[in-house]
Design a protein around this ligand. Structure first.
Ligand SMILES: [Fe+2]
Ligand SMILES: [Fe+2]
Length: 489
């Protein structure tokens, strides 16, 4: 029995793999992630679980048949299937991020398959992996998991130890993939910080700062790619995805407001950690579906000052992230202090808090969340932020935000006066053209799907003063079964 990558041979970091290898690897990883979700959500005998496990088995077979074995490992921030480094694309980067996180929490570097595991073996493995023995230190978890598998009579898998290898493999990535890699890394780091804070352990800030540095660099070089990624919505990973989105939006906004690079790094850190206090709120409350009871809401609201305490517990080498603490404390306070926590004396919110409140309010309101059946369109949210003073946002910061995103932010689905349906891909580089973003047309005037990646600039005119196309209203993408993330590949 051969198992590429096992017995000490490391998957090579430079292994990009051929296109067919990429395809099989990608299918396997996406199937694995779906199967994990199914196992988490439904009882084992549920048809959804059976189907997901069968699909996982099939995709693993395909990899095994063409490559003589199947091993999935984590090397630094990358996933490898055998020798193939998985390229990040729109359909897999959420899956990659959550598998990376799962391996790290389980204290393993990956898994290899002996022969063809039976469906039952897959279910047992995935159930164990998604509730790893967190009560043990990381280095002991692999042995714990192995013995659990043994006692469940599952002998189909080899668990690899985790490696410290963390080479910088970003050099051969194109700008878009680099942005996605930065996003995945940030997601992973955020999860690490929040889950270890939950367990009463404190990770250092070094990795977090490195991730923030990546975001700041991406915003400074190619902000459109990075902002496009904030259209990612993921219910299961809500807190992490939200933190990364808020970080990206806050940094982009800070740049608009003229902050220096050093300030942007500081702001980005504060934004990434703004909800760290949620690590001290019970999980069942965070994940509760439907309306919260008044007393539950009060508990959730403690995440502001709990965030300050959580940051006191971080080992920072003596230098406390004061501005991050202030922002965690103030980000729901509102400029008129009508929010929470309540303060006895009048105060002015810090600039970082004002910026983070705007980014936070925008991302939260545009996300389908537990207590929001249908999220507002991004354009509705912006209008509310601008016109509703009760939200307590700083009007100057909101104005800068609208300047950044345009009136129709990235990911908005719009109807044009030609009756075509389109999606907003980027704000217009001409900052005065707030209502004329760069779009991609999705459907023609009869509702036929168009698969044309060409971008259209809405400032284009047929004759002087007469625009070729104009937005007449926004639409709910769900009505058309449109998955926004698909368009930001
Ligand atoms: Fe918050
Ligand atoms: Fe938040």
């Amino acid at each position: 029995m051969t198992m590429p990558g096992s017995a000490g041979t490391m998957a090579r970091p430079d292994g990009i793999g051929d296109p067919s290898g990429q395809k099989a690897a990608r299918a396997f990883v996406v199937a694995m992630n779906s199967a994990i979700r199914a196992v988490r959500l439904y009882p084992v005998e549920n048809a959804a679980v059976q189907k997901a496990i069968a699909e996982l088995g099939n995709t693993a077979d395909r990899v095994r048949e063409s490559e003589g074995g199947c091993a999935l490992r984590r090397v630094g921030d990358y996933l490898f299937v055998n020798e193939t480094r998985l390229r990040l694309t729109f359909d897999n980067y959420a899956a990659v991020a959550s598998l990376l996180g799962m391996f790290r929490e389980a204290g393993i570097g990956g898994i290899g398959l002996f022969d063809k595991p039976q469906p039952r073996a897959w279910v047992v493995l995935l159930s164990f992996l998604q509730s790893p023995p967190l009560e043990y230190p990381e280095e002991d978890r692999l042995a714990q998991l192995s013995s659990r598998l043994d006692s469940a009579q599952v002998h189909d898998f080899e668990l690899f130890p985790s490696t410290d290898e963390n080479e910088d493999l970003d050099t051969d990535l194109d700008a878009k993939e680099k942005a996605r890699q930065t996003y995945v890394r940030s997601l992973d780091v955020t999860r690490e910080v929040i889950t270890s804070a939950r367990l009463g352990r404190s990770p250092g800030l070094k990795r977090v700062k490195r991730a923030v540095q990546g975001i700041v660099d991406s915003i400074l070089t190619d902000s459109a790619s990075m902002i496009g990624l904030t259209t990612l919505r993921d219910f299961d990973e809500y807190t992490f995805v939200h933190s990364v989105n808020v970080c990206i939006l806050a940094v982009a906004l800070g740049r608009r407001l003229g902050l220096t690079k050093i300030q942007l790094l500081d702001l980005g850190l504060a934004a990434l950690l703004h909800d760290i206090g949620k690590s001290r709120v019970p999980l069942d409350l965070l994940n509760k579906r439907g309306q919260l009871e008044p007393e539950e809401r009060l508990v959730l609201q403690t995440h502001t000052w709990q965030g300050v305490l959580a940051m006191f517990a971080l080992p920072t080498g003596g230098v406390r992230p004061w501005r991050s603490m202030t922002a965690a404390y103030e980000h729901h306070m509102r400029t008129d202090l009508s929010g929470y926590p309540k303060v006895a004396r009048p105060r002015k919110l810090s600039l970082y808090s004002k910026i983070i409140s705007v980014a936070d309010g925008f991302d939260a309101a545009t996300t389908t969340r537990v207590y929001q059946d249908s999220p507002w369109t991004p354009a509705d949210v912006l209008r509310g932020m601008r016109d509703n003073p009760r939200l307590g946002l700083d009007p100057v910061v909101v104005k800068a935000f609208i300047n950044l995103t345009g009136i129709y932010p990235v990911g908005t689905v719009v109807v044009l006066d030609t009756f075509e349906l389109a999606i907003v891909m980027a704000a217009n580089p001409d900052a005065t053209a707030l209502s004329r973003p760069i779009i991609r047309i999705l459907m023609d005037d009869r509702g036929n799907l168009i698969d044309d990646p060409t971008l259209v600039d809405l400032t284009a005119q047929v004759t002087t003063g007469q625009f070729a196309r104009t937005i007449i209203r926004t639409e709910d993408p769900q009505r058309y079964g449109i998955n926004i993330g698909d368009y930001f590949a």
